[in-house]
Design a protein around this ligand. Structure first.
Ligand code: ADP
Length: 218
């Protein structure tokens, strides 16, 4: 994996978990917060941590923020600081600015000031929990559009031991298997002869309603 440089601004619950995970994965992570205590605590799970008020352009430039490939703005409750920070980062030419929004209005403003990816943690987690309740075999998903997604679905045990051609999933369920996850390894673009085994996860692409039907096969 290539190592990238990430900066995470705002070391609350959300920022902390983004920073921790990136750092665990071997990436370089700079943690930034205006609160000294939060910066001290962060030193255990980031590469460097600094105290700075990111609504001040000077503070951002003296950190060398323009050297970062990607900046995550995890300031939540202080909407004004979040918006100002994103706007400054885009003015400074940061290519990828990811920002957390508290709600729809906040998200719309972040979009106007140039955020490249806006995350709504509460809304998205709520949807994820509901989806998991509706389709217990569905483990993970990526939304491609309002109608289509890619989902990781535990195979129904009655399919184990058969190959993809015989299962004829595309014709029967109108969804396609793009990969199989088997005991941590991944088989990309499985051939029609590929035999499905018990506890395989299928990575499926299709219409959400078709995927939901597939994920609910007993
Ligand atoms: P969460 O809900 O994820 O815990 P919070 O809104 O509580 O998020 O935390 C956001 C963090 O952002 C806090 O630690 C706060 O000190 C930090 N923060 C707020 N404003 C600024 C700013 N202007 N510059 C840097 N950090 C900031």
């Amino acid at each position: 994996m290539t190592i990238k440089q990430y900066a995470v601004i705002g070391l609350g619950r959300f920022g902390t978990s983004v920073a921790r995970r990136l750092h665990e994965a071997g990436q370089e992570v700079l943690g930034i917060d205006v609160n000294e205590e939060r910066v001290e605590d962060a030193e255990f799970f980031v590469t460097h941590a600094v105290v700075a008020d990111t609504t001040e352009e000077k503070a951002l430039t003296s950190i060398g923020i323009t050297n970062f490939d990607c900046v995550i703005v995890a300031i939540g409750n202080d909407m004004q600081s979040s918006i100002l920070t994103v706007s400054l980062l885009k003015e400074l030419g940061i290519k990828k600015v990811i920002a957390k929004a508290l709600g729809k209005r906040h998200g719309q403003v972040l979009d106007k000031v140039g955020a490249d990816w806006i995350i709504y943690p509460e809304r998205d987690m709520g949807e994820r929990v509901a989806n998991q309740l509706l389709s217990p075999n569905m483990l993970n998903y990526i939304e491609l559009s309002k109608e289509y997604s890619v989902e990781e679905i535990m195979i129904p045990s009655k399919m184990a031991g058969k190959n993809l051609r015989d299962l004829d999933i595309r014709a029967k369920y109108n969804v396609s298997a793009i990969a199989i996850v088997r005991k941590g390894t991944i088989i990309i673009s499985p051939s029609p002869e590929q035999i499905i085994e018990e506890e395989d996860l299928l990575v499926m692409i299709g219409h959400k309603s078709d995927l939901a039907l597939f994920a609910n096969i007993e």
